[in-house]
Design a binder for this molecule. Structure first.
Ligand SMILES: Nc1ncnc2c1ncn2[C@@H]1O[C@H](COP(=O)(O)OP(=O)(O)OP(=O)(O)O)[C@@H](O)[C@H]1O
Length: 843
């Protein structure tokens, strides 16, 4: 009784799947043994076992049983006789193969119904082949009858009796149709597998090439960077030594009480940069963790609707619609902004009010359950064809796309699903289908399918949320809404720069306007200035009206929005100077970043007389980097890279957009310094890789459909839509107010190129291109640095130095901001004369 119980417990203790695994192994063992007996069939064995007495089975080392050739002894000889001699000869090997197949399916807990077709096909082929071999055996006796077996011979003989010579024709036709049936069934799969294989090779080759190129580029850049840093360090050291010498020779007048504190404070720009880079590294790590936790967070906070079970199949689907963020009170932001404006009495300013923005016509998005069901059917259908079993599906309906999260059966190789992307795309007829296999940090596969009708995300529905209104970000950017209807927000100060790419018409300009609008609704003009560079001349022109409040320009600049490459270059150079000046101020103020600096200044701890001032953030917007890079290349790239590397701590942030994301526009150096990237729809996978380091942007569907990454994961967002009329209303509202008496001016570059103390003596160290430069300038009657750069193919600094020398030689007039210097020499003759005088003077 006890025994019975324990055995019952033993089996009962096993899980259902373990029992199936054991059964599968047993069945495979049976199949394997039959297979071995067939393979080792020997015709003599059967005569031998007939003559065996039962005693001979127990003889130890002699007797007839030992002469049996079959590997499985007496039993094997019987089995082989049955299958090979009596049934279908060696063709009977198909039987153990089928048994092995069943064993495997049971062992892997797969649907046994899938074995029915191979079983029928295998048995039919076995009968057919042995009959054909039997036919030839009867007619020509070419080989032993073990190839076809008695059953094969019997069938072909019966056929011969009935149809005579027609029997072989019938058998041949049957063989042909059987082969065709096999080919036809597998043809699609074979072609597809082949295509995938080729595509896979191509993709990995392209990847490899790109990685190699990127590595090379990074190496080159690193080398250059190192050399540059070395040079800067060398110069600084020299300067420091010089100043130490100077100060040691001067008697110390007074020592500030704060001196002992200085040890713990950053002393040099290098240190501040190092600290800022360290902060960046920590931030990226933190963000990666955040992204991961975002991906795996429970969906409890999302309103859930579940469709009734589908009758067509038993795969469950649950549909989720994100509730979205809580809307703020209509007047909450306005009230908050009013209070903020009061805190800054220097200028009377009214923030744009929320009623300037259009209200969304209808709240929430309608879920088309029929469309979701249909997509589910298509996806399952396709995957089934590739033998991919799915256990359940979650559908998350976003404003533009619906994300189908598939939970595949345990034995499915997830990465395989990605290779069926094209197939799925064709089946759903959907442009913009994106597959994530797996969804980062999860074992599920994500398929994003665009919605039949997409919802416009109005800027008001993003700005007028508690999330935006109550955010304490310094430069809050609410790009739009995620698939889960959440407002997606980042702080530009933390990014710290943004690179945007997208084909024409993909929504870049609207995206830029969204960024500016967000900032205008949250930032006071005292705290924020824009530098707008727009070589296309139209995209940012709407913002001209906010010139007096928000735009920073070079002194005397003709246009508040820069459209000319030379002016853009000069402005960027000037921004690097502003950056250096700000670093000096931070150093003096003994703080590490602009936020603490402004706090200290606003508390009256920093003296205005010593040059301290409230530092607004500067957001530099460049709409169409390609146009600048094409005309000025390195001269544009260098200041951009320098700003991107260093400007974060001093509150200068870049937002750079291009519609041509090629490697000669978004160069390695630029890319390396812009961790924050936005990709709208681009034309090709290569473009997508250039901007995001991976494909995906080529699968977007335009009109503000975008991918955002900041070094961590990747988020698909529907960009909030802000219309031109709305932008006009906002800029009118601001532009009509009285602005600042004096606009925010960027520093002039005079110091670097032509400060009175530093101007090289014209008679000393004269540049060898001095004469050529003088001729160019007199010929063109234009005293501009960029003219010399272009004509003499020299860098900005050298051209600037030469202009200083020309100034000292009386050939050009003094510096006049962004306009070219006057040329004081009328023609070449006069110039010759002047140069001769100079020569004589030198001698
Ligand atoms: N977020 C959005 N929501 C809805 N529609 C949008 C959105 N963004 C852009 N669109 C639509 O797409 C059109 C093109 O957008 P936009 O002008 O921003 O493209 P672009 O990438 O700047 O193109 P280009 O480089 O040619 O200027 C817009 O006129 C608008 O109709």
């Amino acid at each position: 009784m006890t025994k019975k119980n324990s055995s019952g417990n033993f089996l009962g203790g096993l899980s259902e799947s373990r029992k199936m695994e054991i059964l599968g192994i047993l069945i495979m063992a049976v199949g394997g043994l039959i297979g071995l007996s067939i393979i080792s069939y020997d015709p003599a064995d059967f005569t031998l076992i007939q003559s065996l007495s039962s005693d001979s089975l127990f003889m130890l080392d002699q007797g007839p049983a030992l002469r049996i050739q079959n590997w499985l002894g007496v039993i094997g000889a019987y089995l082989a006789h049955f299958f090979v001699y009596l049934l279908f000869g060696y063709m009977s090997i198909i039987v153990p193969l089928i048994i092995l197949g069943y064993g495997w399916f049971i062992f892997r807990d797969r649907d046994i119904a899938q074995m029915l077709w191979p079983t029928a096909y295998g048995i039919w082929s076995m009968v057919l082949l042995s009959s054909i071999l039997g036919w030839f055996n009867i007619e020509y006796d070419w080989y032993s009858s073990v190839w076809n077996g008695s059953a094969g011979i019997a069938i072909s003989r019966i056929l011969q009796n009935i149809t005579g010579i027609g029997s072989i024709i019938i058998l041949s036709v049957l063989l042909l149709t059987t082969l065709l049936a096999l080919l036809d069934r597998d043809l699609q799969q074979t072609v597809e597998r082949f295509k995938e294989w080729i595509a896979g090779i191509k993709a990995s080759f392209a990847d490899w090439q790109e990685r190699r190129q990127a590595k090379k580029e990074a190496k080159r850049e690193k080398k250059k960077q190192k050399a540059k840093e070395k040079e800067i360090r060398r110069q600084r050291k020299a300067e420091k030594q010089a100043s130490q010498k100077k100060s040691s020779s001067e008697p110390k007048t007074n020592s500030t009480p704060k001196e002992p504190e200085e040890d713990s404070k950053p002393k040099s720009i290098d240190e501040i940069v190092e600290q800022s880079q360290q902060q960046d590294r920590e931030r990226i790590k933190r963000e990666q963790e955040e992204v991961q936790s975002l991906d795996s967070r429970p969906r409890a906070d999302i309103e859930k609707k579940k469709i009734a079970e589908d009758e067509e199949d038993d795969v469950d689907i649950s549909v989720y619609v994100g509730e979205g963020d809580e809307q703020a009170d209509e007047k909450e932001l306005d009230k908050q902004n009013k209070d903020k404006a009061k805190e800054i009495p220097q200028v009377k300013y009214k923030f744009p009010t929320i009623d300037l923005l259009d209200s969304p016509p209808n709240e929430g998005n309608d879920v088309d359950l029929e469309e979701i069901k249909e997509n589910k059917r298509i996806i399952l259908d396709k995957l089934k064809r590739h033998n991919i079993e799915i256990r359940s599906i979650n559908a998350i309906v976003g404003p533009t796309v619906t994300l189908y999260e598939l939970d595949p059966a345990p034995d499915v190789k997830i990465s395989k699903i990605e290779s069926y992307a094209n197939d799925l795309k064709m089946a759903t007829a959907a442009k913009g289908l994106r597959i994530m296999a797996p969804i980062p940090g999860r074992s599920a596969v994500g398929i994003e399918v665009p919605n039949g009708s997409r919802e416009t995300v109005f800027i008001k529905s993003v700005i007028n949320t508690k999330k935006f209104v109550e955010s304490d970000h310094e430069l809050p950017l609410a790009f739009g809404k995620t698939i889960e209807n959440e407002v997606f927000m980042v702080d530009l100060t933390k990014m710290p720069h943004l690179l945007i790419a997208g084909a024409t018409g993909s929504g870049k300009t609207v995206g830029m306007n969204t960024i500016i609008t967000c900032l205008l609704y949250k930032c006071h003009p005292d705290d924020l200035k824009f530098v707008m560079i727009d070589p296309k001349k139209i995209e940012l022109s709407l913002f001209q009206k906010i010139e007096d409040h928000f735009l920073a320009t070079l002194p005397g600049a003709e246009e508040p929005i820069i459209t000319d490459t030379a002016a853009a270059q000069e402005t960027l150079e000037s921004l690097t100077k502003e950056m250096d000046e700000r670093y000096d101020l931070l150093k003096d103020g003994m703080v590490r970043d602009i936020r603490s600096y402004n706090e200290k200044f606003d508390n009256g701890e920093l003296d205005e007389e010593e040059g301290h001032r409230h530092l607004p953030y500067i957001v530099v917007l460049i709409d169409e980097l390609a146009d600048l890079m094409m005309t000025a290349g390195k001269q544009i790239e260098e200041p951009i890279s320098r700003l991107a590397q260093l400007a974060r701590a001093v509150g200068i942030h870049l937002v750079v957009a291009t519609q041509r994301p090629s490697v000669n526009v978004i160069t390695g150096t630029i890319k390396a310094n812009f961790p924050g990237r936005i990709a709208y729809q681009v034309a090709s996978k290569v473009d997508s890789r250039t901007i995001l380091d991976t494909g995906g942007a080529d699968q977007l569907i335009g009109r503000g459909d975008m991918l955002f990454t900041n070094g961590g994961g990747m988020t698909r967002i529907q960009n909030a839509f802000v219309s031109t009329e709305e932008v006009e209303k906002i800029t009118d509202f601001i532009g009509k107010q009285r602005g600042y008496n004096k606009k925010y001016e960027l520093p002039v570059l005079q110091d670097e190129t032509s400060s009175s103390g530093d101007i090289p003596d014209p008679l000393e160290d004269i540049d060898e291109l001095f004469e050529a430069a003088a001729k160019v300038i007199v010929l063109h009657q234009q005293g501009s640095v960029s003219l010399l750069q272009r004509k003499l193919k020299i860098g900005y600094n050298r051209a600037g130095r030469i202009v200083d020398q020309l100034f000292n030689a009386g050939i050009v007039g003094p510096y006049q901001g962004s306009t070219a210097r006057d040329v004081l020499v009328e023609d070449e003759e006069e110039l010759e004369q002047l140069l001769d005088d100079l020569d004589e003077f030198e001698r």
